[in-house]
Design a protein around this ligand. Structure first.
Ligand code: ZN
Length: 227
């Protein structure tokens, strides 16, 4: 558990380091699948004062098991994703500027080039709006549910992130560092897509054969990218 706390602490510290988080607007978590326990950032603690021992341990139902603080207010969203997708080892949420701009525009981040296709197989979806009732009752759980609803039957590791309508990005991966990596990539491709569409509002999505090539050489059964 100490090792997982350190990994989650490092992942959280990587968010401001990569320019994804202002003040305390973000959180990272990871799960120990064998024990069914999730380590997550404490709520509202400034990054500058945080230590690995401040990380909070909760079970998959959100009961605090260990740690001096209340867990992140977004914990119920993280837990909904862990419960639904056994493949996930880490989850990250930020309000990074460019990805959040697409969320506020209510649009999926379109797959326009190979940088995107190296990590995301197709557009990065945007969820529907939550109803007033969904916001008033169990808002964070309902945020998790609307992410699951939007992903549908997609493999979450082929779509390792989403933008929640009028809110911002959630990303995930095989561990906390992988989820941070996807948060950084999403912010970069969100920015590239905005610029490309500004240069040419009539641009086309990436050619399917090019997207397939780039995604599958890194993630397909016959992946050959890297060492
Ligand atoms: Zn948020």
């Amino acid at each position: 558990m100490q090792k997982l706390k350190q990994q989650v602490f490092d992942a959280n510290m990587d968010l401001p380091r990569n320019g994804l988080v202002t003040f305390t607007w973000g959180n990272a978590s990871a799960i120990d699948r064998e024990r069914g326990l999730v380590v997550i950032k404490p709520s509202g603690i400034a990054y500058g004062n945080m230590k690995s021992d401040d990380m909070v341990v909760v079970d998959l139902q959100g009961n605090r098991v260990e740690g001096p603080w209340c867990p992140s207010s977004d914990t119920a969203t993280h837990l909904a994703l862990y419960r639904r997708y056994p493949q996930l080892g880490g989850v990250v949420h930020t309000h990074s500027t460019y990805a959040t701009a697409w969320a506020q525009a209510g649009l999926a981040i379109p797959a326009l080039g190979t940088t995107h296709a190296d990590y995301f197989f197709g557009d990065i979806p945007c969820t529907r709006a939550l109803s007033e009732e969904e916001v008033q009752e169990e808002y964070e759980l309902n945020t998790g549910k609307v992410i699951v609803e939007t992903l549908g039957t997609s493999d979450p590791l082929h779509t390792p992130g989403i933008v929640v309508y009028q809110h911002g990005p959630f990303t995930w991966g095989k561990d906390a560092a992988d989820a941070v990596h996807h948060a950084v990539v999403m912010e970069a491709v969100a920015r590239m897509a905005w610029i490309a569409r500004s240069i040419n509002p009539a641009l086309k999505p990436i050619d399917t054969y090019l997207m397939n090539k780039h995604f599958m050489r890194k993630h397909g059964p016959n992946a050959y990218y890297g060492q």
